[in-house]
Structure formats: C-alpha cells, structure tokens
Design a binder for this molecule. Structure first.
Ligand code: MG
Length: 160
C-alpha cells in the first residue's frame, strides 16, 4: 500500500474589522486574518500538507491571490476542491494532525466545532483529526497578537 506524508505551514496577519475564521469556524474576536480568501491559516496549512503529500504544487499555485474567483472565498471551499483533486488521483487521507499558534483568542472551546466541520470534508473520523491550540508565550509577532500561524501534518494512502 502506498503511504505518503505531507507537511504544511501558514501564517496570516491579524487585522481590525475582519471576521476571524479558523478551522472553518467563525470566532467572535473583533479582528480577523488578512488575506485574499477568508485567511483561515489552519485550513491553508492542511491544504499545503495534502498537496505536498500527493506531489502537487502548493496552495498559491492552485488558488492564486490574483484570481478574483478566490476573493473572500471560504477556505472550506478550497479544501473541498483539494480533497476532490486527491480523490481523482485515488488518494485518501489516513489522518491529519495540526497545531494553531495564537496568543488570543482562546481557541480550545472551538476545537470540537472545528473537528466537526473539517472531519466530513477530509473524510476522516474525529479520532483521526488532531487540532491543538498553543500560544507563543508572548514572544515575537505571534505572541504580540500580530499574527496567527498553523502547522499541519497529514498521512495519505492510495485507495485500493
Ligand atoms: Mg494562507
């Protein structure tokens, strides 16, 4: 059985007056992540991990920020497209693990909802989808609340 791993990372600046989306869930915060899309850096990290695992080009090549079709697009829609591309290549996801690094807001209470939102799109059970939230201990741009970052690791396999 062919098994492949993928790694993804993303970081977006926090901006006043934008809605905050993380893991496909809207979070009340007063500031949101900048970007051409909804700025959901957790989903973007997962997308890059998936694309990397199957040997495709990265998220910027698939969904360029010069393309008006992706202006303010929900990242859940981008993720659905990528999972579709993987299925065309007869690949399915074994598991996903991820970390979101944000000083604020407290993300722990939103993790169950993120898993409920992303699990069905990815086609994995809740047990096969890890989402962990950490702070940056007050250090650097993330620690000062200027940005939120995310890491994701995936394992995919060929569908028999
Ligand atoms: Mg991004």
């Amino acid at each position: 059985m062919e098994i492949r791993a993928g790694l993804g990372y993303d970081i977006h600046r926090l901006e006043e007056g934008r809605r905050l989306f993380l893991g496909g869930v809207e979070i009340e915060f007063g500031r949101g992540l900048s970007g051409h899309s909804d700025g959901d850096c957790l989903i973007h990290a997962i997308i890059d991990a998936l694309l990397g695992a199957v040997g495709m080009e990265d998220i910027g090549q698939h969904f360029p920020d010069s393309d008006p079709r992706y202006k303010d697009v929900r990242s859940t829609e981008l993720l659905k497209k990528v999972v579709g591309l993987m299925r065309e290549r007869k690949m399915e996801i074994v598991n996903v693990d991820s970390i979101v690094i944000a000083e604020e807001p407290k993300l722990g209470p939103y993790i169950p909802q993120m898993k409920k939102t992303l699990g069905p799109i990815l086609g994995v059970r809740q047990d096969d989808l890890g989402i962990k939230a950490k702070t940056n201990e007050g250090m650097g741009a993330i620690g000062e609340g200027e940005a939120i970052a995310a890491w994701a690791q995936v394992l995919v396999r060929k569908i028999k």
